[in-house]
Ligand binder design. Structure first.
Ligand code: GLV
Ligand code: MN
Ligand code: MN
Length: 445
């Protein structure tokens, strides 16, 4: 069904202008409610709310915690109120399904994650889930049926803030790693991922269990993820929508240095096996390895654990993380593969263990989805540009399974993984309208 849309919606943009394409399912697109979507986001942001250093309203909602479950329950309730069927898979990935008109067709998946960074904001991940619900609710209210089912998905542990690495739910769904791969990974309190997941599934035992993704079932027809940009480009260029063309590659490493604790006042420096000093040597060498005059490469050390962590005891052990990203596979492989040897050459006195915990190659999204996003944005009179994603997303692991793509909306000052993260109700509503049109198109095909 196609029809030009002429109405002015709350986004304040005139749609259906000449040469801009056509709004498909215009009633559904118009049924996207800016207020409802915003109110839901703010209700979810209260679950795990804390005030950042500058007073910004942050969220700390680690995966597989009571807070995570409370947020999921809220979402499930909203979905069930419009007839969506909730189910959960063996990794705790949560699905809300709207049936299509034809039996047996593969579903279109749309969603993101509901866990946050430990000092995160109100929009990273959760907006993609709420936007998918908003889009599906708009289709529902407009009486717009699709041939294919649409499934809203909330992936387990995208952030990797509690259990490293991130994207466990989507990696297992896609068969990228076996489901039990991370059972022994522990959080900061020594709780094993496998135990946290078992407890979570026990507490969600009232929800029907479904098979694990393409490991135990068929592939989806397509996957679309809406997300805040988390960078400054759209805002700087005054645009509404990012047509995401792909995601750069990421590799995560855990480095463990083991020396010997000693008295800070008595042990001669020349005799020490000081893990902090070796960490400084290692990071200095890594900074040289990762030097990039073009400023494309991303190299981050951001989590450091020192033991015994006492100011007058020489450090016996240090564990630090490496997050390394690059859009070029060759650079990602070459420099990433050099990390281990670089550290070993730099340290003087400690034993070294380097463990790679995450390895996601760069991906390109499918034209079936990027073109649908571009068409929807143009038809709705929105300013859009093609852009890659610097952040990783669950979408990365859907690429081998089905046509996949993402929709970005602007992030104020590009700030993310920070309580000050912000996108306005209007910006988010524009994103949800584009998603509604894209879902309608994909699920009608
Ligand atoms: C996702 O949160 C990322 O770190 O890119
Ligand atoms: Mn995210
Ligand atoms: Mn994130």
């Amino acid at each position: 069904m196609t029809a030009p849309a002429r109405a002015r919606f709350s986004g304040g943009k005139q749609w259906g202008s000449v040469g801009m394409g056509t709004v498909v399912a215009p009633n559904a697109v118009a049924a996207v409610s800016e207020a409802r979507q915003w109110d839901r986001l703010m209700a979810l942001a209260r679950i795990g709310a804390f005030a950042g250093a500058d007073g910004s309203p942050g969220v700390n909602r680690p995966c597989l915690t009571p807070l995570d479950r409370e947020a999921r329950r809220l979402l499930i309730g909203w979905g069930q109120a419009i007839g969506l069927a909730a189910s959960v898979d063996p990794l705790g990935n949560l699905f809300l399904r709207r049936e299509g008109t034809e039996r047996g067709l593969a579903p279109v998946l749309a969603g993101s994650h509901m866990d946050s960074q430990p000092a995160g904001g109100r929009f990273d991940g959760i907006w993609g889930v709420v936007a998918a619900l908003e889009a599906v609710q708009a289709l529902h209210e407009a009486g717009q049926r699709t041939r294919r089912p649409i499934e809203i998905v909330a992936w387990t542990n995208e952030e990797g803030g509690r259990f490293a690495p991130g994207c466990m739910g989507s990696m297992a769904y896609a068969g990228f790693k076996p489901a039990g791969s991370w059972d022994a990974v522990t959080d900061g309190d020594g709780i094993r991922f496998g135990d946290a997941l078992r407890e979570h599934l026990r507490l969600e035992a009232d929800l029907p269990r479904r098979p694990l993704g393409v490991v135990e079932g068929p592939a989806p027809h397509a996957y679309v993820e809406a997300h805040i940009e988390q960078g400054p480009v759209l805002e700087r260029e005054g645009l509404d929508i990012g047509i995401v063309t792909g995601i750069q590659g990421s590799r995560w490493f855990l480095v463990e240095l083991t020396g010997e604790s000693a008295h800070a006042g008595t042990a001669p420096v020349s005799l020490r096996r000081d893990a902090v000093q070796d960490m400084v040597r290692a990071i200095t060498a890594l900074n040289a390895l990762m030097e990039d005059p073009t400023d494309v490469l991303r190299f981050t050390v951001a989590r450091i654990e020192v033991a015994p962590n006492s100011s007058n005891s020489v450090a016996e052990t240090v564990r630090f993380t490496i997050d390394f990203r690059h859009p070029d596979k060759a650079v990602l492989l070459q420099r990433g593969d050099a990390i281990d040897a670089t550290i070993r050459a730099a340290v003087r006195n400690c034993d070294v263990t380097v463990t790679e915990r995450f390895h996601a190659l760069p991906v390109e999204f499918a034209p079936e989805v990027t073109e649908a996003v571009a068409r929807a944005a143009a038809a709705q009179g929105l300013g859009a540009r093609r852009m890659p994603s610097g952040a990783f997303h669950d979408a990365q692991f859907m690429v081998p399974l089905c046509p996949t793509g993402m929709i970005f909306v602007p992030s104020r000052r590009g700030i993310s993984h920070n309580p000050a993260e912000y996108s306005s109700p209007e910006q988010l509503a524009r994103g949800a309208r584009v998603l509604a049109q894209v879902l309608w198109e994909l699920a009608s095909g």
